[in-house]
Design a protein around this ligand. Structure first.
Ligand code: SAM
Length: 235
């Protein structure tokens, strides 16, 4: 894993130190160990964990500045991209949100073991927690990977972002219509037209797409809607 990460970060043009590589390897080992007892990841080959979890998450650092930013990772699962970003950019004030308490408890133990301080954990549904003033429009950046289609994801994530902040949606390039179908909800929730960045990962052929949605206005009070409405779509 050490050599794979070293080479991968070098191919991405990202500089990492030995402590950060050690933390990632420790994280991979904790993930593989816990994956025997809890469904955390379908990827069990250590090199693939480096490529598809760590390097994939790290790519965001090439498209946005994270230093000293408050970041909420919505639907973080086993901590992607949030924990990887926090390891690589220690000044991030990180919040991890997920509806599965067991995963968050495990992530809290990972943060303890990796000595990652000041990480916050929110247990709950994304569309419910953002109704609270404690979390609504409190973050410079919201990230999400593999949680929902872009129109749904926008309603789950954009309410957390401060005006002038950004929502970073990690996607593949398979769903070409996603961007167009998302525009009405993006605009309604205070987002500008998304900026799209296409790239490939080191050692992988499948193309990736990052959508960055800049928030230009407050999200109206009647959003997000209840889950039963969100999943019906936006007309
Ligand atoms: N982001 C991680 C990744 O890329 O590996 C996890 C992806 S996993 C497929 C989706 C995660 O989103 C799960 O942990 C699930 O519990 C969480 N999730 C899905 N819908 C959610 C919602 N409405 N609110 C909070 N968490 C949600």
């Amino acid at each position: 894993m050490y050599n794979r990460l070293k080479e991968g970060f070098s191919l991405l043009g990202l500089s990492v130190n030995e402590e950060q590589i050690d933390q990632l390897i420790q994280y991979a080992n904790l993930l593989l160990e816990q994956n025997e007892h809890m469904n955390l990841t379908a990827i069990t080959d250590p090199l693939k964990i480096c490529d598809l979890h760590f390097l994939d998450s790290a790519c965001l650092l090439n498209y946005h500045t994270f230093a000293h930013q408050s970041v909420i990772d919505v639907g973080t699962g086993a901590g992607f991209p949030g924990i990887v970003l926090r390891i690589l950019e220690p000044t991030i004030q990180l919040t991890l949100l997920d509806s599965l308490k067991k995963r968050l408890d495990w992530l809290e133990s990972v943060c303890d073991k990796l000595n990652l301080k000041n990480v916050q954990f929110i247990h709950g549904r994304a569309e419910e927690c953002s109704l609270s003033n404690d979390y609504r429009e409190q973050y410079d950046i919201a990230t999400a990977r593999a949680v929902a289609s872009l129109p749904i994801l926008t309603e789950l994530c954009l309410p957390y972002v401060k005006p002038n902040g950004n929502f970073l949606a990690m996607k593949t390039q398979q769903n070409v219509e996603e961007l167009n179908t998302s525009l009405p909800i993006v605009k309604t929730l205070g987002g500008d037209t998304p900026n799209q960045f296409d790239y490939t990962l080191p050692f992988e052929k499948e193309a990736r797409r990052l959508l960055i949605i800049h928030k230009i206005a407050n999200t109206p009070k009647n959003y997000p809607r209840k889950w039963s409405k969100i999943k019906q779509g936006f007309f």
